[in-house]
Design a protein around this ligand. Structure first.
Ligand SMILES: *Cc1c(COP(=O)(O)O)cnc(C)c1O
Length: 375
């Protein structure tokens, strides 16, 4: 059975006939994009997304990276300005800072939540700090209240990288309504998709206006360029897919939660793995289900991953290398960091198992058995 089984993917978008019909409708309508970035489907998707997270504004863009870059530009990041980011994240978080001309300052993570903390942020804050970018790692919201308080006491903007955290909650509020600006990604592996795409949410009217200008070449009105900008528009086809996916998101999240609970229960009893946690007051979005191998070095963890992959389970490591050790960032002069022991330890010990909504019960059972045997 093992060798016959298709690879169980680590993530898989769930696309149904509703998405297909929505795309066909856009093609028939003849409106594929709007020069201002405000086509009818984009407007509808933005309105519904803003409502879903509980924010005043939502601005659709072409990717999660475009969302991060635009938000940094809207915050007025200038060359030499420092932006606090984790090193334990996808490289785009720091990449956006470099793209905006800023200087990433890497803060360490908390060992239980994998997110940066008020203490680790304090350790890298300087007078040059202009923004803090917490990442809601694996779909778990960082401890935002003290981070926002710390930032606002210092006059620093909070831009959240919620590329992995659609639908996550913090003290009863959805991610997207917490910090000054929140960025989402709709890459196909994420909790919901538009093919490629991103969204920015904010309660601030002026920030929303700046973001709309940045999305279309900095234009204040057609062809009237008032500031630096790009072409970061979301196509109408993508927005039509997004509006359909958003309706299904609560169902996707429930499936992810069910799968995470099953894995936690069955694997937690083995005693060899540290299960991912969901602290009180927080609702995990379960983008990834990531246990860690207690006390392990990278070699031992990699062997476990290899064993599971040989059983056709697309077990993956997010992330094998912290950003500060990637060749580009290692050689980049304009970065700063504190000591990052928890970041480096997590890179050696974590591995992620499939938890996505497309998994069937027998596949989950198979994953559990394979992990049991492998450890
Ligand atoms: C996926 C992801 C991004 C980038 O989003 P794209 O839509 O692929 O540009 C940024 N940050 C994190 C943490 C991500 O997981």
């Amino acid at each position: 059975m093992n060798s016959m089984r298709d690879m169980i993917p680590i993530n898989q978008p769930s696309i149904g006939k509703e998405e297909i019909e929505a795309v066909v409708e856009v093609l028939k309508s003849g409106i594929l994009t709007e020069k201002s970035g405000r086509g009818p489907r984009v407007l509808q998707f933005e309105k519904e997304f803003a409502k879903f997270v509980g924010a005043k504004h939502a601005i659709a863009v072409s990717s999660g990276t475009a969302a991060l870059h635009s938000s940094l530009l809207a915050a007025g990041i200038q060359p030499g300005d420092e932006v606090v980011v984790p090193s334990f994240t996808f490289s785009a978080t720091a990449g956006a800072v470099v793209l905006a001309g800023g200087k990433p300052a890497f803060a360490d993570i908390d060992a239980d939540t994998y997110c940066i903390t008020p203490e680790s942020i304090e350790a890298v804050l300087t007078r040059a700090t202009k923004a803090i970018m917490p990442v809601h790692m694996y779909g778990l919201c960082a401890d935002m209240d003290p981070i926002i308080e710390l930032a606002h006491n210092r006059g620093v903007v909070v831009i959240e990288d919620a590329a992995q955290a659609h639908g996550a909650e913090y003290n009863g509020r959805r991610v997207g309504s917490l910090g000054d600006v929140t960025c989402f990604s709709f890459y196909p592996g994420k909790n919901m998709t538009t093919g490629e795409g991103g969204m920015i949410t904010t309660n601030d009217d002026d920030t929303a206006e700046q973001l709309k200008r940045i999305r279309t070449h900095g234009e204040e009105r057609p062809y009237w360029v008032a500031r630096q900008g790009h072409n970061y528009r979301m196509p109408e086809i993508a927005a039509a897919i997004g509006a359909t996916q958003l309706k299904k998101l609560p169902g996707f999240l429930q499936e992810r939660r069910n799968h995470a609970e099953f894995l936690s229960e069955k694997l937690g009893v083995l005693g060899k793995l540290v299960m991912p946690r969901e602290p009180a007051g927080r609702k995990h979005a379960w983008y990834l289900f990531t246990p860690r191998l207690r006390g392990a070095n990278a070699g031992k963890r990699n062997k476990l991953v290899e064993k599971l992959r040989s059983k056709n389970i697309a077990c993956s490591v997010y992330y094998e290398s912290p950003i500060h050790m990637l060749p580009y960032y290692r050689d980049l002069q304009s970065t700063r960091r504190s000591a990052l022991p928890e970041t480096e330890r997590a890179c050696r010990q974590v591995f992620s198992l499939p938890v996505h909504p497309m998994l069937k019960q027998n596949e989950l059972q198979y994953v559990v058995e394979a992990v049991k045997r492998a450890i």
